[in-house]
Design a protein. Structure first.
Ligand code: ITT
Length: 186
């Protein structure tokens, strides 16, 4: 039986990725750009709060997802400030901060929050490790993708297709954890 879940996000790229990932789990995604207050806190706090808020507004089961790029040499910046930094500093600003920095380790994290009007929120974390390139490369993907080279690759997320990114990305891991949980818990 196909399950229908609402994904509350303002980001169309996330919706496309999530639809691709959910295909084989029999989950049909409906998109709604409802907006929810992004509280100060960790990705987990934001996802928990957002899912609970949206479930009570929509009066049905929802997922939200909060993601970010965490750079070790910058003390894990931009992390929870990833949206703001992407809009203001942009990828070029990040590359400037990383000029001459040898340790280029970075990871993408994604936290999915799931909630229904009758239940407490559940969260699911996905992480992908890698390092930063020295310049923006590729025009696939979105936001930080042209900067991020996942472990085991020499191409950035900007240089691979959505299908390839979906095979192992942070979002693939968090959404797959959610899908498996849903199968046994609903
Ligand atoms: P929401 O409405 O779902 O919150 P958003 O785009 O604000 O959409 P996030 O707060 O989760 O999403 O993301 C923080 C920033 O990180 C934002 O600029 C995203 O575009 C960027 N980002 C998230 N996932 C990414 C990915 O897989 N690749 C590249 N950049 C990503």
């Amino acid at each position: 039986m196909v399950k229908i879940i609402k994904f509350i996000t303002s980001n169309q790229h996330k919706v496309k990725e999530a639809r691709g990932i959910f295909e084989k789990f029999g989950i049909q995604l409906e998109h709604e750009d409802l907006g929810y207050p992004e509280i100060q806190g960790t990705l987990e706090d934001v996802a928990r709060f957002g899912a609970q808020y949206a479930a009570s507004k929509i009066k049905g089961p929802v997922i939200v997802e909060d993601a970010g790029l965490f750079i070790k040499a910058l003390n894990w910046f931009p992390g929870t400030y990833s949206s703001y930094v992407q809009e203001t500093l942009t990828n070029k600003g990040i590359l400037k901060l990383m000029n001459d920095v040898e340790d280029r380790y970075a990871e993408f994290r994604s936290v999915v929050g799931y909630c229904t009007p009758k239940s407490e929120p559940e969260i699911f974390l996905g992480t992908v490790k890698g390092h930063l390139s020295y310049k923006e490369r590729g025009n696939h993907g979105f936001a930080y993708d042209p900067l991020f080279i996942p472990d085991g690759f020499n191409r950035t997320f900007g240089e691979i297709t959505r299908e390839e990114k979906n095979e192992f990305s942070h979002r693939r891991i968090s959404l797959e954890k959610f899908a498996s949980w849903l199968k046994f818990n609903e």
